[in-house]
Design a binder for this molecule. Structure first.
Ligand code: ADP
Ligand code: TRP
Length: 350
């Protein structure tokens, strides 16, 4: 444990960008773990610190419309509450409320090289698509490093695609500690590191939830099942799941269909045990309409309680503002301590 660190409790932090309606890929890949961790006996109540952030400054790279941004932030806060994040046990806050995030990101920028950021998957993908990349998008991982390192985080529960970003946070902590950590021990490690090294936590079984077309489910592919979908939205989405032509059909690559539609099954198994699903799919080989109907009903049974809870929470106009104000004041206290330690370490404060 670092000398400068004041926090001895286990800490976890995660967040998503308020860029549109979350889908079941976000939920099973990341957000469900948040709730499971919060309710896990090891982390529940005040046994651990749990931060769930709305990454609005990250979202600014994608949403450049004030009304849309505001609505997305409120919606995402309601989503957090509706899935079961409890503001009494966890800190729900908005990134832009804590200016230490952007301030620390600047400090990290000064010890980070361009080639290192050019290796980021998100940057490489954008470049491969010939997208014009803003400085904010290029720098995205550095702001995320600050998000994590400000809170002495041990665990970052995220989906597979965020693993590299958490590794960047580890690398950056090591680099900063090495440059500014003051005295070194006999192995050349700093004796008083400023930043703690975080670990990603990824549920391998749901690391990448497939979308309606079999690619990764993603807002940007338009292949999602929204987490709070209405019955009609669920039905529309499920009916559009891409399947092969049915039992015995021969695909262009010569493979013969076994009548088990993978794209339907992979989504179905998120919400129903495979022991129950297997007989259903065996008994309905090639009957894709029947299997889709079954998936619609199972999704509705799974989504309905959360959808109703969300509708109830949305009736209280002050709730989100209160939760975010309370979350910001609790997060700020901790973030400012760590920023002060970093400013001292680099020599700009006395
Ligand atoms: P999107 O690709 O829909 O824009 P985000 O990038 O906002 O999703 O991701 C928010 C969180 O959800 C991240 O932790 C990410 O790893 C996780 N996530 C997103 N899509 C999936 C998916 N299809 N399967 C598993 N996890 C996912
Ligand atoms: N980059 C994450 C995503 O796209 C969101 C995020 C921002 C985040 N800061 C974070 C996740 C810190 C975990 C920890 O989903």
């Amino acid at each position: 444990m670092s000398k400068t660190s004041t926090n001895s409790k286990k800490t976890l932090l995660s967040g998503v960008k308020p860029t549109g309606k979350p889908h079941i890929g976000n939920y099973f890949g990341a957000m469900k773990q948040w709730v499971d961790l919060q309710n896990n006996p090891e982390f529940t109540g005040d046994k651990a610190q749990k931060f769930f952030m709305i990454a609005d400054y990250h979202a600014l790279n994608f949403i450049q419309n004030a009304a849309e941004m505001k609505q997305n932030i409120i919606d995402l806060a309601l989503d957090y509450l509706a899935i079961g994040i409890d503001p009494k046990q966890s800190i729900i806050f908005k990134q832009s409320d804590i200016s230490a995030h952007t301030e620390l990101a600047w400090i990290f920028d000064t010890i980070t090289t361009m080639p290192y950021l050019q290796r980021a998957h998100a940057y490489k993908d954008a470049e491969a698509k010939n997208k014009e990349i803003s400085v904010g998008a290029f720098n995205y991982p550095m702001l995320m490093c600050a998000d994590i390192l400000l809170y002495d985080v041990d665990i970052v529960p995220v989906g597979q695609d965020q693993k590299q970003h958490v590794e960047y946070a580890r690398d950056t902590a090591i680099k900063f500690n090495h440059i500014f950590g003051g005295e070194k021990d006999k192995d050349n490690n700093p004796t008083s590191p400023v930043f703690k090294l975080p670990e990603p936590m990824i549920m391998e079984s749901v690391a990448t939830v497939p979308g309606l077309d079999g690619r990764k489910m993603s807002k940007s592919y338009g292949n999602t099942i929204p987490l709070f979908a209405s019955y009609d939205e669920i039905k529309k989405a499920v009916m559009s799941i891409v399947t092969d032509a049915g039992l015995g059909a021969v695909a262009a690559d010569g493979t013969v269909s076994d009548g088990i539609p993978k794209n339907i099954y992979e989504i179905h198994k998120l919400i129903k045990p495979e022991a129950e699903l297997k007989p259903l799919y065996e008994a309905n080989k090639g009957k894709y309409k029947a299997l889709k109907d079954a998936l619609v009903e199972d999704l509705e049974a799974f989504i309905k309680p959360m959808r109703e809870r969300r509708a109830l929470l949305a009736q209280d106009n002050d709730l989100v503002m209160q939760v975010l104000a309370d979350g910001a004041s609790r997060a700020r206290m901790q973030a400012e301590k760590r920023l002060a330690a970093a400013k001292q370490a680099v020599g700009v404060s006395f």
